[in-house]
Design a protein around this ligand. Structure first.
Ligand SMILES: Cc1cc2nc3c(=O)[nH]c(=O)nc-3n(C[C@H](O)[C@H](O)[C@H](O)COP(=O)(O)O)c2cc1C
Length: 384
């Protein structure tokens, strides 16, 4: 019987399914629900020291439906980080760890470009008992206007510096969460590892505009007649997330072996998670999936991942982590390999045709009769 249990950066997870930072980890009530349902770990909604600067609007979500309107393919949000006071969060972190001492609770933190603010938030969260950190360098809307989130994450020098500040005080493992809104995601990821982080998470949401209303001519989600570009998530982003995870995992394998990777983006099933792990992820985060299917979906996803492992006779996640990375190459190499195969097939076909046309040697003694050439041998003797 395979096991989903895994240890990542010293954290013992019963399974790789982690609640991604966002509404599904937005207060103690929902975090404890996630632990009760069996999630491997919970990353709380991103917190900052001063929540008074965080003011949300409504509506702040917009959905992209499939043509039959039965499924939600993509999801845009213009939601900010948590608008709940930091002291309340510290109290809830403590209560959560009291109630679920074995549950892996990860604090997602974000601050301005200020060393004291980053070290203070790390130390106070550690004091409240959290098990590890995710640094939010990746929220694509609202916060960049304050030079936070993706405004930091798209600059590798800033990422390395801020990770260095955090690592100078953090006693718990730290993952840096990457923005996909860059050309080469391996560059800020590399910077996070140079800054000393144990792991990287990818991806956060992709900057997007959901739609323009053809009656009102207003872009959506519309707030007071206007909007601002938001972050796109859900299964529509999965192919992009898989590509980015592959790029980071390839970089980790060659430059930072042993560092960890948390895959995120459109994961809704055990099969989706298996693909991220095959491309090098240690854990798999789910945010929009929980908003679509609820906390109980973790049980289905665990069963699906176990079924995949049983089918391939994998006993542990390590047995298949990164296994599909070996099957990437350059386009030029694909052309070369395909040319080589076609040339081989052509040569084999020519050889077969030549053999078919060659005159059959006459049987000279009864021991020379063969089952394969029997008809031709009979024919040759008739002609001779
Ligand atoms: C409504 C909403 C709010 C989010 N808030 C945060 C946040 O506070 N901090 C963060 O790091 N990521 C946040 N995210 C991003 C998710 O954690 C995740 O990186 C992204 O949505 C892609 O994964 P998914 O397709 O499973 O949702 C949010 C996503 C959504 C949909």
């Amino acid at each position: 019987m395979p096991t989903l249990a895994t240890t990542v950066d010293g954290l013992n997870l019963p399974n790789p399914f982690v609640i991604g930072s966002g509404p599904p980890g937005t207060n103690l009530n929902v975090i404890t629900r996630a632990f009760r349902e069996g999630w491997g770990a919970v990353i709380a909604k991103t917190v900052s020291l001063d929540s008074s600067k965080v003011v949300n609007v409504a509506p702040r979500y917009a959905k992209f439906h499939a043509l039959d309107r039965k499924d939600i393919v993509g999801w845009e949000n213009i939601e900010l980080i948590s608008d709940r006071p930091f002291n309340i969060w510290l109290d809830e972190f403590k209560k959560c760890k009291d109630q679920h001492p074995d549950g892996v609770l990860i604090a997602s933190i974000m601050e301005e470009y200020n060393r004291d603010a980053w070290t203070e938030i790390v130390e106070r969260c550690e004091g409240a008992g959290v098990d590890s950190f995710e640094l939010n360098f990746s929220c694509p809307h609202g916060l960049p206007e304050r030079k936070m989130g993706a405004a930091m994450g798209e600059n590798p020098e800033v990422v390395e510096e801020v990770c260095g500040w955090v690592m100078s005080v953090a006693k718990k493992p730290v993952w840096a969460k990457m923005t996909p809104n860059v050309t080469r995601i391996a560059e800020p990821s590399r910077a996070a590892f140079r800054g000393g982080c144990q792991g990287v998470s990818a991806i956060n949401t992709i900057r997007s505009i959901m739609s323009v209303n053809l009656e009102t001519l207003r872009p959506e989600p519309t707030v007071e007649g206007f909007t601002t570009p938001g972050g796109y998530s859900g299964k529509a982003v999965r192919p992009i997330a898989l590509r980015m995870v592959m790029e980071i995992a390839t970089m980790i394998r060659s430059e930072f072996p042993g560092r960890s990777l948390s895959g995120i983006g459109g994961i809704e099933s055990g099969d989706d998670a298996a693909q991220f792990i095959l491309l090098g992820a240690d854990t798999t985060q789910v945010c929009t999936g929980v908003m679509k299917f609820g906390y109980e979906s973790v049980k289905r996803m665990c069963d699906e991942l176990l079924a995949f492992m049983e089918k391939h006779k994998f006993e542990t996640l390590a047995d298949f982590k990164g296994k599909s990375l070996d099957y990437f190459t350059t386009h030029a190499e694909l052309v070369r390999m395909q040319g080589e195969r076609k040339a081989k097939e052509k040569a084999a076909a020519a050889e077969k045709a030549a053999a078919a046309e060659a005159p059959q040697k006459m049987v000279a003694a009864d021991g020379e009769w063969s089952g394969d050439d029997f008809v031709k041998q009979s024919d040759a003797l008739a002609r001779g």
